[in-house]
Design a protein around this ligand. Structure first.
Ligand code: GLC
Ligand code: CA
Length: 544
């Protein structure tokens, strides 16, 4: 585990990273081509979103064959070349294992549909009730979580899209199949795994209606989840591998168990409470300005709570399911650079392993799409329909989708200022924000003060400074609204971190004089104790 404390992970959304053959879709050879760029960032691991054979209803999170590369993204030979080349450069791949469900195109599900009892028991088939579906649970992508199969007279469970059928982890044969897939990819030389929505794998013994919510309380961190993860780690031989579990609506107590090294389940977890502080009453599709008090209190709870019990967090504000943090929490125009840097500093100096999502290192913003035809994501398209049916006007529905769509995070990587941002020579599968003419890798490589340069520095500092990788963390609560402040301590060294997430000036107190360690306003020198005025979106880090 200790090995990951100094590491930084880079996340690639394969479809949008780099297209090597002009079909408008990112691919494995594109990744191989850009490995020197990733090396120049200093990252240790690269997490790639799924590129396995799939009908791509959910862009690869609907896997039809876990052991084969989808021809759209390349061949197994390309994949092996990509792994070998990363290895040569001293970086390791983490592949994305979608084990809560398979695509309905997977041969297991096809056999189940033909009534083969062995494979029906790989999934969750149930009889209906007088009201119809077995329970009233709601799919995370909208609509019922059950789909009726007339030829079988039964329903199957799909917590996500109707084309993503949930696997039955209570069946030991399923668990054995999945461990075998892990061993297969380990055999190809990858160094770690990301496990998709892995805290949803253990369903309750009895399925009942949820009269308080959408059903998630019955299957989130379910009854046997810890046992199954221990089994997967043991059978898959995951000791020494970097593993991260994506935990949907989880709890601190469970995340401690998932990641405490004595439990042998996972190295670290993604939790999402901090990315719901702008959901109105917990509803992603109801807009609210971010509540920074809530954000601070969540960081305090999770950072200090995991520390007390020897758990380990993955640190992130962006991924392929989230709108861009720079647009969502800060100011992506007037204070573009300051905003990108304050958010980066805020999380990279915390206790945990930071993840950089492609494009955040140059400050890519939300997509800014103006019409529903620009969107591709199944969730966005479903919810656009649901919002319209619920009576929202087209403009209202578009505003909500514009803020919340996962496509905001999926627009192609901005390599240069040319028409398709250097991503493809063809037509990109998803539109590219206009501002790529200025916000792009090529531009930032020329600027020693760029966001990109700042990220390189943060990645390097984690390796150089034990106070960042191993220090303890304590949050400061006596700070003005919109400021998040914490102290890291290791032996005699201390780092004091302040992040002003607002466009207003804020007064904070520096407890002890020290040296300026990091800033996004280009200051230097000694900083005396006492009051100081933080500028808009200022990051101030002092070392003692
Ligand atoms: C995870 C993935 C997301 C996907 C979902 C279903 O949340 O990150 O992209 O749609 O799981 O697999
Ligand atoms: Ca391609």
């Amino acid at each position: 585990m200790d090995d990951f404390r100094k590491s930084t992970v880079y996340q690639i959304y394969v479809k949008s990273f780099c297209d090597s053959n002009g079909d408008g879709i990112g691919d494995l050879n594109g990744i191989t081509k850009k490995l020197p760029y990733l090396k120049s960032l200093g990252v240790d691991y690269i997490w790639t979103t799924p590129f396995f054979v799939s009908p791509l209803n959910d862009n690869g999170y609907d896997v039809a064959d876990y052991r084969a590369v989808d021809p759209l993204f390349g061949t197994m030979e390309d994949c092996e070349k990509m792994i070998a080349e990363a290895d040569r450069l001293g970086m390791g791949f983490m592949f994305d294992m979608v084990f809560n469900h398979t695509s309905t195109h997977h041969e297991w599900f096809q056999k189940a549909l033909n009534g083969d009892p062995k494979y029906m028991n790989y999934y969750i088939f149930r009889d209906g009730t007088d009201e119809g579906a077995p329970t009233n649970w709601v799919s995370k992508f909208g609509g019922s979580a059950w789909e009726y199969v007339p030829s079988l007279g039964k329903y199957y469970l799909h917590l996500f899209d109707v084309s993503q059928a949930d696997l039955n982890w209570d069946n030991p044969e399923v668990r054995a199949e999945l461990a075998d897939i892990i061993r297969f990819w380990k055999g190809k030389g990858i160094k770690g795994f990301r496990f998709d929505v892995v805290n949803l794998i253990s369903k309750p013994a009895v399925f009942e209606n949820d009269y308080e919510g959408d059903g998630r309380r019955f299957y989130t961190d379910g009854p046997h989840v810890h046992e199954y993860l221990k089994g997967l780690a043991a059978e898959g031989g995951l000791d020494g591998y970097i593993t991260v579990g994506e935990m949907s609506s989880t709890s601190l107590a469970n995340c401690i168990r998932y990641t405490n090294p004595k439990e042998h389940e996972l190295a670290m977890v993604f939790s999402f409470h901090h990315l719901k502080v702008d959901y109105k009453n917990g509803d992603k599709w109801a807009l609210k300005a971010p509540d920074f008090d809530e954000l601070r209190s969540l960081y305090k709870t999770w950072q200090e709570g995991m520390q007390e019990a020897d758990g380990w967090n993955a640190l992130f504000l962006n991924n392929h399911d989230q709108p861009r943090a720079i647009s969502r929490f800060t100011n992506d125009t007037t204070y573009h650079k300051e905003s990108a840097k304050v958010l980066a500093g805020l999380i990279h100096l915390m206790r945990g392993t930071p993840y950089i999502y492609q494009g955040e290192e140059i400050g890519i913003t939300n997509a800014g799409f103006k019409d529903i035809d620009s969107y591709r994501d199944v969730e966005s398209l479903n919810y656009y329909r649901i919002l319209r049916e619920a009576g929202k006007t087209e403009a209202e529905a578009l505003e909500i989708i514009g803020e919340r769509s996962r496509d905001n995070g999926r627009t192609p990587m901005q390599w240069d200022g040319t028409e398709n941002a250097g991503f493809t020579t063809g037509t990109p599968w998803l539109g590219i924000p206009e501002n790529h003419k200025t916000i792009n890798v090529e531009n930032e490589e020329q600027d020693p003060d760029s966001i990109l340069a700042f990220y390189r520095k943060l990645v390097a500092l984690r390796k150089e400074e034990p106070v960042i990788s191993d220090g303890r963390i304590d949050f400061e609560v006596e700070v003005p609204y919109g400021v998040i402040a914490y102290t890291r301590s290791y032996e005699e060294t201390q780092l004091f971190v302040w992040a002003n997430l607002t466009g207003d000036e804020k007064t904070v107190r520096i407890p002890e004089s020290g040296k300026l360690f990091l800033s996004n306003y280009g200051m230097e020198g000694d900083i005396p104790a006492g009051e100081v005025l933080l500028k808009p979106y200022e990051l101030l880090v002092i070392k003692k």
